[in-house]
Design a protein around this ligand. Structure first.
Ligand SMILES: Nc1ncnc2c1ncn2[C@@H]1O[C@H](COP(=O)(O)OP(=O)(O)OP(=O)(O)O)[C@@H](O)[C@H]1O
Length: 141
């Protein structure tokens, strides 16, 4: 397993439910370290750019509307196999299909409002971390 970083976003539904701390504990208990963090309210332009791979999908506008509906908490996580480990902690995109004990099973209500985002590959993690965090804001071991 490679030592790597991944980008995580706690989406507006989970921020509104006041479960940032509970979700951070999942990361920490799994051995992932939070090396950068920022709360922000995304602009429409930022959300459209971040999710541009989905721009032709029927759910794109709803996804962007949801991501700008309230503040989000954005973090870079670091650790052994961080990308896959975070995806395992998150659970399936649709919370109805997410394994018991995953973040989405425990905190998400629907496929639209599904609590968290996590990079799906190490290459995308590098791009997504660069999108939100200038190198100077990342705290190394
Ligand atoms: N069929 C769908 N209907 C509505 N929303 C969807 C659908 N598929 C995906 N989405 C939304 O778009 C987001 C991005 O889709 P993607 O397939 O990349 O899922 P994911 O990788 O599990 O989620 P994320 O990219 O947020 O980590 C999902 O998190 C979800 O909120």
């Amino acid at each position: 397993m490679a030592f790597e970083r991944t980008l995580s976003i706690i989406k507006p539904d989970a921020v509104a439910k006041n479960v940032i701390g509970k979700i951070y504990s999942r990361f920490e208990d799994a051995g992932l370290k939070i090396v950068a963090a920022r709360m922000t309210h995304l602009s429409r332009e930022q959300a459209e750019q971040f999710y541009s791979v989905h721009k032709e999908r029927p759910f794109f506008k709803a996804l962007v509307d949801f991501m700008i509906s309230g503040p989000v908490m954005i973090q870079a996580l670091e650790g052994e196999g961080a990308v896959a480990k975070n995806r395992d902690l998150m659970g399936a995109t649709d919370p109805q299909k997410a394994d018991k004990g995953t973040i989405r099973a425990d905190f998400a209500d629907s496929i639209d409002a599904n609590a968290v985002h996590g990079s799906d590959s190490s290459d995308n993690a590098r791009i997504e971390i660069g999108f939100f965090f200038p190198e100077i804001d990342i705290y190394l071991r």
